[in-house]
Design a protein around this ligand. Structure first.
Ligand code: BLA
Length: 244
């Protein structure tokens, strides 16, 4: 169901960047569920380029039961550009959750003006995809912007309006990257290293996918997938923040 999104992202990446493969730890590139009557497969891809230090995307295909397209793009540490986050999920044709955002590393006015405000014009064209839903797992004020696409949809037709939105957000993201001035001071770069690492820690601890992965692939594989691939800069030993 989200295959066209994955293919479009792939085409864009290959056309615009000189990509090199980035290794995925053995056993985590793909998996097939041995459980339940609906076979589920997960497959992941990971690349890097001069401007993007980690580009990852995964596709879960459990037929009618679940289709998931999930991706995060991490710019090189010399850029303070937000991360690009995509999480499109469909559980049966009627329960569809879509999230797409430029995930901000900082929240100060200058940062928001530079990297978040430009999203407003696109966001305003897609009201049906930005429903101001409350977040249960994450904190909307951490690593999410006010112009994220976040919607619960109940028909595939609505997903059609997602495709142009996806294309426009991507286009804007590439533009921002192109215009970004690389940081040169080691302490400025270190600040990005820390912020991206905190994003991984935060995301690994909050990710609501753990249950989904565990049910298909077992909790041991899921834990490895989260901490060694999806959010590899997170430490599983860190004391988790209380969940609410
Ligand atoms: C929600 N994401 C979810 C849920 C699942 C996943 C199962 C809960 C759906 C429900 O409410 O029933 C699934 N997350 C995944 C999968 C992967 C993953 C399969 O990381 C990995 C392959 N999530 C992201 C990214 C964003 C994101 C990059 O991984 C940002 C765009 C957002 N996912 C996001 C949000 C919610 C969500 C905001 C709603 C959670 C909430 O209400 O707090």
């Amino acid at each position: 169901m989200f295959a066209p999104f994955k293919e479009y992202l792939e085409e864009e990446l290959f056309n615009r960047f000189d990509l090199r493969s980035r290794s995925i730890p053995a056993g985590l590139e793909s998996n097939v569920s041995a459980r339940g009557k609906n076979p589920a497969t997960i497959q992941s891809w990971c690349y890097q380029s001069e401007q993007l230090r980690k580009i990852r995307y995964s596709y879960i295909d459990a037929g009618e039961t679940a289709q998931v397209f999930n991706s995060v793009i991490y710019p090189a540490h010399k850029y303070d550009v937000p991360l690009l986050g995509v999480d499109f999920l469909s559980f049966g044709k009627k329960k569809i959750l879509i999230v797409m955002d430029f995930q901000p590393l900082f929240r100060d006015r200058a940062y928001v003006d530079k990297y978040i405000e430009p999203m407003a014009e696109i966001r305003d064209k897609y009201n049906e995809l930005a429903q101001n839903l409350e977040m249960k797992f994450y904190d909307a004020n951490q690593y999410f912007s006010k112009y994220l696409l976040f919607a619960k949809l109940d028909s595939e037709t609505v997903v059609n309006s997602l495709f142009p939105a996806f294309q426009e957000y991507l286009e804007l993201y590439w533009q921002m990257l192109d215009q970004a001035e690389p940081l040169t001071k080691p302490e400025d770069i270190q600040r990005i290293v820390e912020a991206q690492k905190e994003y991984d820690q935060y995301s690994a601890e909050r990710d609501p996918a753990h249950g989904l992965f565990s049910s298909y692939f077992g909790s041991e594989w899921s834990e490895k997938f989260l901490y060694e691939f999806l959010f590899e800069d997170a430490s599983p030993l860190a004391v988790s923040a209380p969940k609410h």
